[in-house]
Design a protein around this ligand. Structure first.
Ligand code: HEM
Ligand SMILES: *[C@@H]1O[C@H](CO)[C@@H](O)[C@H](O)[C@H]1NC(C)=O
Ligand SMILES: *[C@@H]1O[C@H](CO)[C@@H](O)[C@H](O)[C@H]1NC(C)=O
Length: 577
């Protein structure tokens, strides 16, 4: 009932502009009778274009409502199969691309679901000539994750081609050896012992960096929290992964990397070259510097990195994972520039998400305008994970309920992931668990599962007066059934609605390390320093009363970059216990 009502409202909303434009056109065209011929010839093409565009809009709108009637109509025979409704558009080829590329996080989806019902399960966008199905009910999203034959190689190809501009022959080599990456990640990134080694090096370097800060940064009157944390975490994680020479040879890597991080989807989405000039220069600079670094490290290592099965870490090439990758570039016949592109790629996996995510946690914990009890409760929890010598016991830390809830809530609210698949066969997927209606997608089409839609579904997340759009530190806590006076972390019933790390065969191999790194950095920073709040600033550095909001981010950019910062005065904390 409420559904058909909202549909009726949507019909009106959609049609009104059309009807008015029709009337407008009659009114606008009538006076042309008295216009001189020559003027008419000049404006005729424009009128024609306007007419064609109106026709496209009218046709796609009509088609949309036809599909929606099929989806909502009398429950057809079991097995009813329907293509997802195509969202109306005006421009041929570009289709919905311009509005989809809105860089205000979630804006496109919020607008879409203000009139298009979520119950349709899926819809279709035309993006630069490509039919792209957007799937958003948990049932369909999970079916996409479970399907092991669906791949995303079209997008990987575009990454090599458009973002890294690798020559075809190098792309072919990279693609032929893709499975090596899965093998290396399995051996050196996801395994329990390997994760712990990485965390250990990360912690050691971060501790050293923060010790220096305890002498220097505390003398400053004011620092930007994100600016500071971003630099320190980048230093520690890059050193852990790639060794300690890289930042000596290329101290601006952090700055350049985050510039690239913000720009690179522009390559992917085919923004015109004139808009990408700075991005092209930056990418080329990064690749040149990384090539120089790799050459120097190879020379100093006697031609080849130390065996990945050797020490957990060494200064020149760093981790086992990186040493294995450097050896593998040769096996895959990747040249020096392609190898540098892959080094940039792994830096991206390493730093692009976990650093902003840790920042959002810290911002919320010390936000003077948030829950005034949160900071104390977090500190009390972190102390439980502190060893007698002041260091942190990671297994205890990552099992703390409030901390886990904050981590999960941060990923829910601040990641925007597009899980992508390309279809090599027609696929029929059941719309929901009763399996009466199927949606059908055709061979050659693309499928996107945008995490933003599930992560922000008001029905899924609004509990206890805590709307889905608000940060709620306790969202994933519930009373322990064994002892109701205690709270435990629980994340049940979120399948297909919460997937910050993607899902299925392409799920992020760094997710365990990410959690250890993020909570470890958070605990180390909070145990060592106190923060006096000085104020918020916006993107341009101007003071503002409002808590930091996400900045402009392309859709699917992963953890959202903040569009502003919190100014703080840092001082050394007296030892707590
Ligand atoms: C909050 C932190 C992180 C988030 C939200 C995140 C998220 C993601 C997502 C969404 C993907 C793509 C999954 C897909 O397409 O289905 C991915 C891939 C990947 N991530 Fe992460 N990630 C994080 C941290 C890390 C860390 C710390 C590493 C460590 C090296 C890492 C390494 C990778 C790699 C290597 C891939 C590519 C895997 C492949 O090619 O199949 N990630 N990540
Ligand atoms: C998985 O996807 C392929 C297309 O890539 C399709 O042919 C197949 O039927 C799907 N399998 C299931 C179980 O839905
Ligand atoms: C798309 O995906 C399938 C696997 O689902 C793969 O075999 C095919 O080569 C991919 N690429 C293109 C261009 O369709």
């Amino acid at each position: 009932m409420s559904l058909s009502r909202s549909r009726a409202v949507a019909v009106e909303d959609q049609n009104r502009p059309l009807v008015t434009s029709r009337i407008l056109k009659m009114e606008v065209l009538a006076p042309f009778a008295s216009v001189p011929r020559s003027t008419l010839y000049t404006i005729a093409p424009f009128i024609l274009i306007a007419l064609v565009l109106s026709l496209i809009r009218a046709y796609t709108t009509w088609n949309y409502y036809r599909r929606m009637r099929q989806i909502n109509g009398a429950p057809g025979k079991p097995g009813k199969t329907i293509p997802p409704p195509q969202i109306p558009y005006t421009l041929p080829y570009l289709g919905n691309a311009l509005s989809f590329l809105n860089t205000q996080p979630g804006a496109y989806w919020q607008k879409l679901f203000s009139w298009h019902p979520r119950s349709s399960g899926a819809c279709t966008l035309l993006l630069g000539g490509k039919k792209t199905h957007i799937v958003f009910t948990p049932h369909i999203v999970q079916a996409i994750f479970k399907n092991k034959t669906m791949k995303r190689d079209v997008f990987e190809h575009e990454l090599f081609q458009k973002v890294f501009s690798l020559p075809d022959e190098q792309i072919a080599n990279a693609e032929a050896g893709k499975h090596h990456e899965h093998e290396m990640n399995a051996a050196y990134l996801t395994k329990f012992d390997r994760v712990n080694e990485l965390t250990e090096t990360f912690t050691r370097v971060l501790d050293r960096v923060l010790s220096k800060d305890a002498e220097e940064i505390v003398k400053m009157e004011s620092i930007g929290l994100y600016d500071w944390l971003r630099d320190r975490m980048f230093t520690a994680s890059t050193t852990a992964l790639l060794g300690e020479e890289i930042l000596k040879m290329y101290p601006e890597y952090c700055e350049d990397f985050f510039g690239f991080d913000q720009e690179f989807l522009g390559f992917f989405f085919d923004l015109p070259n004139i808009m990408m000039r700075d991005a092209i220069a930056r990418r080329n600079r990064i690749l040149t510097k990384l090539q120089k670094w790799s050459k120097a490290m190879h020379d100093r290592s006697g031609g080849s990195p130390i065996d990945p099965e050797g020490p957990a870490w060494e200064p020149l090439f760093g981790s086992r994972l990186n040493r294995a990758r450097q050896l593998d570039y040769k096996i895959r016949n990747l040249n020096a520039r392609s190898a540098a592109a892959f080094d940039l790629g792994i830096t991206f996996g390493l730093s692009s998400n976990v650093i902003p995510a840790t920042n959002w946690m810290l911002l919320h914990i010390i936000n003077p305008k948030g829950d005034p009890t949160l900071y104390k409760r977090v500190m009390a929890e972190i102390l439980k994970a502190q060893n007698p010598d002041g260091s942190i016991h990671t297994p205890t830390l990552i099992a703390l309920p409030l901390l886990q809830s904050i981590w999960t809530e941060t990923l829910r609210l601040y990641t925007d992931v597009l899980v992508t698949r390309n279809l090599s066969e027609d696929v029929k997927l059941p719309l929901d668990e009763n399996g009466k209606t199927f949606i059908e997608m055709k061979k050659g089409d693309n499928v996107f599962a945008p995490s933003y839609i599930g992560h922000h579904d008001p029905e899924a997340w609004s509990g206890q007066d805590n709307p889905s759009e608000e940060f709620w530190a306790e969202r994933f806590l519930s009373p322990d059934p064994a002892d109701p006076s205690r709270e435990i972390f629980s994340i049940t019933g979120v399948n297909g609605k919460f997937y910050p790390f993607g899902g299925g065969r392409t799920i992020c191999p760094g997710r365990v390390f990410a959690k250890q790194e993020a909570l470890g950095a958070l605990a180390m920073v909070l145990l060592r320093f106190e923060f006096e709040f000085l104020g918020f600033v916006d993107k341009g550095g101007k003071a503002t009363d409002d808590f930091v909001k996400p900045g402009s981010n392309f859709p699917g950019s992963g953890a959202l970059m903040p569009g502003g910062d919190m100014k703080v005065k840092v001082s050394r904390r007296q030892r707590l216990n």
